[in-house]
Write a protein that binds this ligand. Structure first.
Ligand code: SAH
Length: 218
């Protein structure tokens, strides 16, 4: 049985990571504090115990990755989460991003299309700690119409286009943060739904995500 321990060494490494994120331009104190509280090494194989606090993506199985901390911080900052916001996440993966959102006191709905990852996550040590996250197995292109509308939608896989069903599920004033583009590089896009139902679009930096695929697997 693996022993999960969050030591002073880990906390020290996390403090260093926070400094790296600040230098790279992350300024939202709440987002930084959330990352500082979460033991990222719990999400990775024990071989990555120290590496977990480098600003890098890592494999989590099924050809998927846990996003780079900078990417998580960047997307979360753009989402402007407030306590009790209903947030939809596409691509649960390791579950790290969901827990960052949960630490910001959002009510989180997260969807994963890979059955293996979805099942694996049920046994994750930190899962019991957060009653404000609900996990779904499904196709993120469809969103979760039953629970819509959302204050925010965050897509953590590279979308070839902005899924229209997700736009429908956003509240007026709500924000969607989504990396859009095919190939190796995507542009981070933020869409804000206006009161008349139209969208204001902002384009940010380049990122590199695993692809957002259609349909469920498993
Ligand atoms: N947010 C994750 C990042 C995981 S990588 C984390 O914090 O670790 C992206 C994830 O999106 C992968 O697990 C992949 O299987 C999933 N994914 C890709 N297309 C999807 C879709 N259409 N619906 C739901 N999940 C999808």
């Amino acid at each position: 049985m693996r022993k999960f321990e969050d030591s002073y060494l880990h906390k020290g490494l996390r403090n260093q990571l926070i400094e790296v994120l600040k230098k790279k331009g992350i300024s939202d104190e709440e987002v930084l504090a959330a990352i500082q509280r979460i033991p990222r090494h719990f999400f990775l194989d024990s071989a990555f115990d120290r590496l977990a606090y480098e600003d890098r993506a890592f494999p989590i199985g099924e050809d998927q990755t846990i996003s780079q901390p900078y990417t998580v911080a960047y997307q979360t900052q753009l989402l402007e989460v407030k306590p009790n916001h209903k947030i939809l996440e596409i691509g649960t993966g390791s579950g790290y991003q969901s827990i960052v959102l949960a630490e910001l006191k959002a009510l989180v709905f997260t969807i994963e299309r890979q059955k293996v990852l979805f099942e694996q996550h049920k046994h994750f040590i930190l899962r019991k700690k957060y009653s404000n996250i609900r996990y779904f197995f499904g196709d993120g292109y469809l969103g979760l119409p039953t629970y819509a509308p959302f204050d925010g939608i965050i897509v953590t896989a590279a979308a070839p286009f902005v899924p229209p069903r997700l736009l429908e599920q956003l509240k007026p004033g709500g924000k969607m943060v989504i990396p859009v583009g095919e190939g190796n590089v995507q542009k981070m896009i933020r869409l804000i739904k206006l009161e008349d139902g139209s969208f204001h679009k902002e384009t940010y930096e380049d990122f590199s995500f695993v692809p957002m695929l259609e349909g469920k697997n498993g």
